[in-house]
Structure formats: C-alpha cells, structure tokens
Design a protein around this ligand. Structure first.
Ligand code: CIR
Length: 289
C-alpha cells in the first residue's frame, strides 16, 4: 500500500459526525442475542456494558452529540443500532433488518432520526420483501458497496440505490459463512479500505475492486474482526491490543502518529458477532431548515 496522503476536504466531510445514536446493552444479550456459533462463550454482561460505556465516551470526546437510548429486554440485539438505519447527506434509510427478531428495533431509531435530528426518513418497510442490515453497507464517501448476505437481499440493495441515487451502488455477493460485508472490511480512513485476510474477505474485496467506480488503497489485516473500524472526525477507532495484537501492529506501522487512533475493546460483543461499527449510527449534521 502506498503512502497515505491527505484527502480532499469534501471527502473528509463525509466522515464527520455531529450526532450519534447508540442504545444500551440489554440484559438478554447474554442468552438471546443472535450468534453464528457458541465458540467464543457467553458475553459477560457487566464487561459488555463497560466496553459500551467506553465507546460512548469516546464518541463524546470526539465532539459528537450522542443520543443514548435505553435497552429493551425484548430486543436482545438492540445495541447493534447500525443495522437499522443508513444515514448520509441528511437522508435516513430505515431498514427492514434481515432477521425477524430484530425488526422492532427500528421504531426508536426512526423516531429520533426524524423528530430530533431532522433527517429525511425513507422507510424500507414500503417495499414488500426487501431486507437490509446496515452492517452490509460500506460507504466510501464516494460510492456504496452492499453485501448480499443472509440478512440483505437484492431488493434491499436496490432500495438503497434508489434512496442514495447520487452515488454509485454495487452489490457484492458474500460467501455463505459471512454475516455482513463489514464483518471483515471497513473504511480505515478516506480512500483506505481495511480488509481481513480470510478467503471470504479477500473474495469480497476482489469483487469490490472489479466493480468500484473509484480507486482505493487497502490495508490487509491478519484478523477479519480487526478490519471493522470506525473512521470519524479525523480519528480512527480500532481494535485493542488485547483483542487483536497483530492487527494493531499493522495499524501502527501504517499510520504511526500521522493519524489520531484510539483502541477500543470489543471482546464481549464479538461473542455475538458484534463489531465496532455496529454500535452506533453516525450522522453528519441536521439539514438546514
Ligand atoms: C446479529 O447477529 O444480528 C447480532 N448478534 C450482531 C449484529 C452485528 N451487526 C453489525 O456488525 N452491523
């Protein structure tokens, strides 16, 4: 990968957030949150809450006005708010999450996006059979890639393309074992895609490279889980040493002190397939009245 140079201001703006939506961790997360397997053991609820508090404080320290909502024990996965809305340029697409147990999560988020944050809300519920999880949506600031997965179907991807019609949108077929596109890739900085080393991650990256309208640099990490990071307000929030030591070394090598970086623990959420991006919805600003 070549040297990382400063992106233009318009692009950097796409990665700025004034507001965020987060939701507290349900006590039912431990037993009832969806998970692809039990290999990581059960999350420790107290530690998960501590890790989420740290994440929320980090967003606040980056001058983001965080709207924090109570958990709902009927919705064990409700802290993974990313999956229920995609927000860019003053438009909030409210999704229909792919898994039926997650559908009710949209209600609280729709309300705050529309009434408190003045976003133009577009609701996927209007399209019969369309499903989409925000975890499948990779926005590069210039275009979208949408993972077609067990949770997101072509109707969902087409609805997103209609909603954000100013941008190119490319569907990316995921391998059967993958949960979301962003389970193994995300933006580490403007024009820089972080990607894991697994066969699934590399296959998706190849398809992205074939379909992309713009070019990107990439940083390949030893761990898929580490390739989910949050770049916001000129800061990269990435995995911790404890979770993925080898991948942290890579971030250090590449960015050193040229970029503000914050390590964020995610061990308890990882046990139920949660990553860093999924714990917030970031919103650029309120549109002008
Ligand atoms: C689920 O399977 O739906 C949750 N247990 C985890 C969702 C993680 N979402 C995300 O990374 N965007």
């Amino acid at each position: 990968m070549s040297e990382v140079t400063a992106p233009d201001k318009d692009l950097e703006r796409k990665f700025q957030a004034k507001f965020a939506i987060v939701r507290r961790v349900s006590s039912t997360l431990v037993e009832q949150a969806l998970r692809s397997d039990e290999s990581g053991g059960k999350p420790d609820l107290a530690l998960a809450r501590e890790q989420h508090d740290k994440y929320i404080s980090c967003l606040r320290n980056l001058n983001i006005d965080v709207h924090e909502f109570d958990s709902d024990d009927r919705l064990p996965d409700c802290c993974f708010v990313e999956d229920v809305a995609v927000c860019h340029d003053g438009i909030a697409l409210i999704s229909r999450p792919g898994h039926p147990t997650r559908r009710e999560e949209v209600d609280v988020v729709r309300r705050v996006l529309s009434f408190d944050l003045g976003q133009k809300v577009v609701d996927m519920a209007e399209v019969e059979g369309a499903t989409l999880d925000g975890g499948d949506v990779l926005f590069t600031g210039k275009e979208f890639f949408v993972g077609l997965s067990k949770r997101t179907n072509m109707k969902g991807a087409l609805f997103l393309a209609d909603t954000f019609s100013n941008y190119p949108v490319s569907p990316i077929k995921l391998s059967d074992g993958s949960l979301h596109l962003k389970s193994f890739m995300s933006m580490a900085a403007p024009e820089v895609i972080a990607v894991g080393s697994s066969k699934e991650a590399q296959k998706a990256l190849k398809e992205i490279e074939c379909k992309a309208t713009f070019t990107y640099r990439k940083i390949t990490l030893p761990d898929d889980g580490a390739a989910n990071c949050v770049y916001v307000n000129k800061t990269l929030i990435h995995c911790s040493h404890e979770d993925f030591p080898e991948s942290v070394k890579k971030f250090e090598e590449l960015f050193g002190h040229t970029l503000n970086r914050i390590e964020m623990p995610n061990s308890e959420f990882k046990k139920v397939d949660g990553a860093l991006t999924c714990r917030s919805i970031l919103i650029q600003k309120k549109p002008k009245a």
